[in-house]
Every structure is written in structure tokens, then in C-alpha cells.
Ligand binder design. Structure first.
Ligand SMILES: [Zn+2]
Length: 240
């Protein structure tokens, strides 16, 4: 049996680490999927293309323009909503939730994997890799264990057990991911984008920058990304 590996690649540090992780274990086909849903941090799509391109991994960006219009009041897609600062446990961080987003991503990944399996043949199976981790659990319901367990069942059932969902970092902290990415996989984190404001250099204060800079601290590593402000995140109290 041969395995088609499909990595959901946002272009951020978690999915970049996931791509390098899967790249190291994939023996058969590997490809990456990214989604353009009108995110304010669109730069991550360029990063995703660069990350995949550097490994000669086939990469597809799926346009989901409709999601932006469907999800007002999310700071990730609605420019009129300010991007909240600080750690993910803060109440205002809920503004960064895009309802239904990851379910849509996983459904499209399932359709894509099944489509490719149809052309590859009966001796192929597919695995979809999704980079949710424990640090996301507080804010994002579609990154939690119960959600993942249910989606594993949905994907297996919908594909008659030809497609499987794997979430290898589900119990990991973001610091664990940084440590693995820096020290074991040597992920080129300078080619990833995390900042929710989408600015270059990264703002250093939004929830995503705060979590990322703290994760590198946990890994006793220096984030190679350029930041407009590398100090402010330290003043936010960590609740997660
Ligand atoms: Zn930021």
C-alpha cells in the first residue's frame, strides 16, 4: 500500500514544522494545501509557497473568497476589527476566531485527497496532516481534542477508510513545536509568517506574535523573524 500525504500548510510556524516533519517520514507522494480566505495576514500564503517550493513539494492554494464576507467581526478577515494583543487566554482573543474555517479546510483537504486517490489507484491511501496543538485549545474550538477525534471519524467514514486524519502536535505546546522545529528539523522559520496584522516586520504584539515569541523563549531559541517590537510581548501576563 502506498500513502499520499497531504499537509495543510498555512505558512505559519506550526504548519511549517508539520511540513518538515512529514517531509522526513513521507515515502510516497506528498503535497501541501493552503487556503486564501481573505486573511489579513496574507503574507503567510507567500511563505507557504516558499516553504513548499524549497522542498520541491507540490503546493496548491485554494481560493475561499466567500469566507471573508461570511465571517464579519473576526479580526483575521474583517479589517474594521482591531487585532487584539497579548496571550491567547485573554477574552478579546476570541475576535481572532473565524467560524467554521478549519472544518472547511479539512473538508476540502478530504475532497482533494479523495480526488487524487481516484487517479492514483486502489492500492493508495491518504493521510491528511493538520497542525493543531495544545496552545490553540483555549480559544479555537476546532483545534481541541474532541473536535479532532470527531473529524477523524468523519474523514474515515466519508472516505470508507481510505483517508485518515493525523494531528501529531495535538498534545504539544507551541514551545514544544518551536523546540522540535529549531533543534531537530532545522525549519527555516525566517520563511514563515505568524503575525495576525500581516505586517513586515511582524508587529510583535498581536496574539499570534506573542505566542510565537514566547514559544521560542520556551525552546531557548531566538526567532529569526524580524519584529517591529521584540520587547512588548514580555509585558503580557501568560495565562495558558
Ligand atoms: Zn503580530
Amino acid at each position: 500500500m502506498k500513502i499520499l500525504h497531504c499537509v495543510i500548510l498555512s505558512g505559519g510556524m506550526d504548519s511549517a514544522t508539520l511540513l518538515y516533519h512529514v517531509y522526513g517520514i513521507a515515502e510516497d507522494e506528498l503535497y501541501a494545501l493552503s487556503f486564501d480566505y481573505g486573511q489579513r495576514h496574507r503574507r503567510e500564503l507567500e511563505c507557504a509557497a516558499k516553504l513548499a517550493g524549497d522542498l520541491y513539494v507540490s503546493h496548491q492554494i485554494i481560493p475561499l473568497d466567500f469566507l471573508k464576507a461570511m465571517t464579519p467581526k473576526s479580526s483575521l478577515t474583517d479589517d474594521s476589527v482591531p487585532t487584539p494583543e497579548g496571550h491567547y487566554a485573554a477574552d478579546n482573543m476570541k475576535q481572532t476566531v473565524v467560524p467554521g474555517r478549519n472544518t472547511l479546510f479539512l473538508s476540502i483537504a478530504l475532497a482533494s485527497a479523495q480526488g487524487r486517490l481516484a487517479t492514483l489507484g486502489d492500492d493508495w491511501r491518504a493521510v491528511i496532516y493538520y497542525g493543531a496543538h495544545a496552545g490553540d485549545h483555549t480559544i479555537y474550538p476546532d483545534c481541541r481534542k474532541a473536535y479532532v477525534r470527531n473529524m477523524e471519524g468523519v474523514i474515515e467514514e466519508a472516505s470508507e477508510e481510505r483517508v485518515e486524519l493525523m494531528v501529531p502536535f495535538l498534545d504539544w505546546s507551541k514551545g514544544d513545536i518551536a523546540e522540535y522545529g529549531v533543534h531537530s528539523l532545522e525549519v527555516p522559520f525566517e520563511h514563515t509568517h505568524t503575525c495576525y496584522n500581516g505586517t513586515v516586520p511582524a508587529c510583535g504584539k498581536c496574539g499570534s506574535c506573542t505566542e510565537r515569541l514566547s514559544a521560542f523563549d520556551d525552546a531557548f531559541a531566538t526567532d529569526p523573524l524580524e519584529y517591529a517590537d521584540r520587547e512588548s510581548y514580555k509585558k503580557f501576563t501568560r495565562e495558558v
